[in-house]
Design a protein around this ligand. Structure first.
Ligand SMILES: C[S@@+](CC[C@H](N)C(=O)[O-])C[C@H]1O[C@@H](n2cnc3c(N)ncnc32)[C@H](O)[C@@H]1O
Length: 297
């Protein structure tokens, strides 16, 4: 219940007021990864760092003290994180003890993940079957499909990053999400042109075609997590106006009060749905508020 009171209070202080403290934290645990995806930055799978447990504890307490109550664990591949006998479930348990309302994990689904104690799990699916494998490597789709089927976790969703290689597969991915009994919903982002991956960014016309398709499919009852208002926000230029709602703590320990994309100068071409969804939330778009509550509560 306290969660429901916290949100309006946070809104009044930070959006109506001018405090600008985060509500959500993206915490990178490691840059080790078991895939090398074509759209990912080199840093995303550098394989140099497993963050020490003590550092993670400090970073969680810091973010909580800032006001953050929702945590996303990221990487690299966050499920590979270890410190001695400690694994990712110990991080999740600690976050809950500190007081985070919910913890999510984003994974490539290459290993079984049903053991995860996260409130929700996002499996990255960047195309249907061969299209996914083109981006993430031969056999990657079959593995994630098997692991989703066997996970038994009640809150598994999938996450697609749409780029020039996979945009024609969006319809099939959304259908896959609907017909798979182990998948709750699909969230769609567009490629953000991190240095070295600029050629994968879809042009405006392609983006708009995909957005039109998603809105049509959502209205037809497909389980698309993006709100219609959030999708429409993504038609125009990206904006970092509300990105302070999420703080980021990177693998090297850098504490950023907003997305690392800002440092790379890519905000204008940002493809992350959260940017549009956050703008819609602060403008009180009812469909976005509903989607946000469904996702987080
Ligand atoms: C960097 S991965 C790390 C977590 C995990 N290894 C995985 O593959 O899901 C997190 C998410 O970011 C997405 N992503 C990576 N590079 C991106 C880009 N340039 N634009 C948009 N999304 C991107 C991935 O598709 C994935 O869903």
């Amino acid at each position: 219940m306290k969660n429901y009171f916290y949100l309006p209070a946070w809104y009044l202080k930070n959006v109506a007021g001018k405090q600008h403290k985060p509500l959500q934290t993206v915490l990178f645990l490691t840059d080790y990864c078991n895939l090398k995806c074509r759209h990912c930055t080199q840093d995303g799978h550098a394989g140099t760092t497993m963050k020490p447990w003590r550092q993670i504890e400090e970073e969680l307490r810091f973010s909580y003290a800032q006001g953050s109550r929702f945590l996303d664990l990221e990487g690299g591949e966050p499920t590979l994180w270890r410190d001695g006998s400690l694994g990712i479930n110990d991080v999740i348990r600690l976050a809950k003890e500190i007081g985070f309302f919910s913890v999510t994990v984003t994974t490539n689904g290459q290993k079984p993940f049903g053991y995860l104690k996260a409130d929700s799990i996002w499996v990255s699916v960047d195309g249907y079957k061969k299209v996914h494998d083109l981006i993430r490597g031969e056999g990657a789709f079959a593995k994630l499909d098997k692991n989703i089927s066997e996970s038994g976790h009640p809150a598994v969703s999938i996450n697609m990053a749409v780029n020039n290689l996979n945009w024609k597969s969006v319809r099939d991915v959304v259908r896959y999400a609907k017909q798979h009994p182990g998948i709750r919903s699909v969230s769609v982002n567009f490629h953000t042109p991190y240095p070295g991956t600029e050629n994968l960014m879809p042009d405006k016309e392609t983006k708009n075609r995909v957005i039109d398709l998603l809105i049509t499919m959502k209205r037809a009852g497909y389980p698309i997590m993006n709100s219609v208002s959030g999708l429409n926000q993504m038609r125009g230029k990206g904006s970092s106006e509300y990105c302070w709602i999420t703080n980021f703590i990177l693998t090297d320990g850098s504490r950023l009060s907003s997305c690392p994309g800002k440092l790379m100068g890519v905000c204008e071409n940002c493809g992350f749905s959260m940017s549009g969804e956050m703008r819609s939330v602060v403008h009180f778009k009812p469909d976005t508020l509903l989607a946000g509550l469904k996702l987080r509560m």
